[in-house]
Design a protein around this ligand. Structure first.
Ligand code: TRP
Ligand code: SF4
Length: 400
């Protein structure tokens, strides 16, 4: 079924930092209350760039999942799993590769960018070119309609949309589609049939998006439909053939930019991070030694918050009253930089305290973690298998 499923993943690149939290994880935590969510560790994706140092992957996988739980991702609401445990991703990746023009992959901006950035590694590999295709398989196999990611991932979601469209176009065609679709509408039953036709008309003739949403909801809840008929009607609603794969949308986090200690974007490669779980003394020290306005040399020199990374932290962490106090105190030299930093330190520690507490039980008892992932993998696999069943059928591969 094409319920509004959310899917997202992260490569296991080591401990997460506050940039991940503000950029992506907070969004995950919010979404898990609103939709069925699938969050996974993209360990195969880690191999595309780190195939020469595979020993580090395992530890990063577990650490990252602890960080997710620490951030408030709730395994009772969201499904947490590991990519390599669901081999169906690889099967879909392979099948999609048959219909993916090389140019679509070569054009993805991250391809050339990353090759240049990581010039010390040999990345002229098949796997690396296929990185976004594997990502598309990750998304499409759960028929996810929403993908919460950072803006760097938007081109990958865009590619995924194009692939879904191409796949449905190539394999959603069936002889007599219209007749079959009309017969399926009848199976919805008297009132629901008429309602569906009316909504379809309002969407196709008048472009009413809300009518489309309602029609989809109607299909999702219709008990009487087979999987085939539901795919037909999804496509019929759009004016296309069967809709076997679903076109997803990227969901960006608002206000996602978390500054690093130096005022650049927080990123492991800039060494300007505060980890999600970091001892209080270390956090305090990092902030106390942070760069400030370089032109504020002496305590008596007035400063300019616009030139200061600490001010950017205030914008993330402080309420308007404290922001005013800091900005005015800085400009008039009424406060020193250490005074100014104190409320930031307190706010970061306050944010981290519940995270440390949530992580504790998993650190004490790693078996709990394994159990969560075990269950998540099972749930994910069921959905992936359902999709692959339809995909194989569409490709004529379900013969025995
Ligand atoms: N490429 C993503 C990143 O680097 C990770 C990823 C892999 C992903 N598969 C995905 C994200 C599917 C969202 C959906 O962050
Ligand atoms: Fe930065 Fe605050 Fe110092 Fe001004 S007072 S330079 S905003 S740390």
């Amino acid at each position: 079924m094409y319920i509004d499923r959310v899917l997202s993943g992260m490569r296991p690149t080591g401990r997460l930092h506050l940039g991940h939290y503000h950029g992506v994880l907070r969004n995950w935590v919010r979404l898990q209350h609103e939709h069925p969510c699938f969050f996974f560790v993209a360990d195969w994706h880690a191999l595309t760039t780190h195939y020469e140092s595979v020993q580090a992957i395992e530890q990063s996988v577990w650490e990252m999942i602890v960080d997710w739980l620490a951030a408030g991702v709730d395994p009772a609401q969201a499904t947490l799993f590991v990519q390599s445990r669901i081999p169906e991703h690889a099967e879909l990746h392979l099948l999609l590769s048959m219909i993916t023009p090389l140019g679509w992959l070569e054009r993805v901006p991250t391809y050339k960018d990353q090759q240049e950035k990581l010039a010390d590694r040999e990345l002229a590999t098949y796997g690396f070119l296929g990185y976004p295709l594997l990502q598309s398989a990750d998304i499409l196999i759960y028929r996810a309609s929403m993908v919460p990611v950072g803006d760097d991932q938007v081109p990958h979601v865009e590619l995924t949309r194009e692939l879904a469209r191409r796949f449905n176009h190539l394999f959603g065609r069936e002889p007599g589609h219209e007749d079959k679709a009309r017969a399926a509408v009848k199976k919805l039953g008297g009132q629901a049939s008429r309602q569906f036709e009316a909504l379809r008309t309002r969407f196709q003739r008048d472009g009413e998006q809300s009518a489309r949403e309602q029609a989809r909801a109607l299909l999702d809840t219709a008990q009487s439909l087979s999987v085939d008929d539901r795919e037909r009607l999804y496509g019929y609603l759009e004016g296309s053939g069967k809709m076997i794969l679903v076109e997803p949308e990227a969901r960006l986090t608002e206000n996602a930019r978390m500054p690093g200690l130096d005022g650049q974007k927080m990123s492991k490669s800039y060494e300007n991070t505060i980890f999600l779980r970091e001892p209080a003394e270390s956090v305090t020290k990092k902030i106390r030694t942070m760069q400030t306005d370089p032109q504020r040399v002496r305590r008596s020199d007035p400063g300019n918050p616009e030139r200061c990374p600490v001010w950017q932290f205030h914008q993330v962490y402080s309420d308007p009253a404290i922001q005013d106090w800091a900005a005015q105190g800085c400009r008039s030299a009424a406060i020193g930089c250490l005074d100014c930093k104190q409320p930031v330190i307190e706010a970061v520690l306050r944010e981290q305290q519940p995270m440390l507490a949530r992580a504790q039980p998993y650190l004490e008892e790693p078996a709990r973690l394994r159990h969560i992932v075990e269950e998540g993998c099972e749930r994910a696999r069921r959905v992936a298998q359902e999709t692959m069943h339809d995909v194989r059928a569409a490709l004529g591969l379900n013969y025995r």
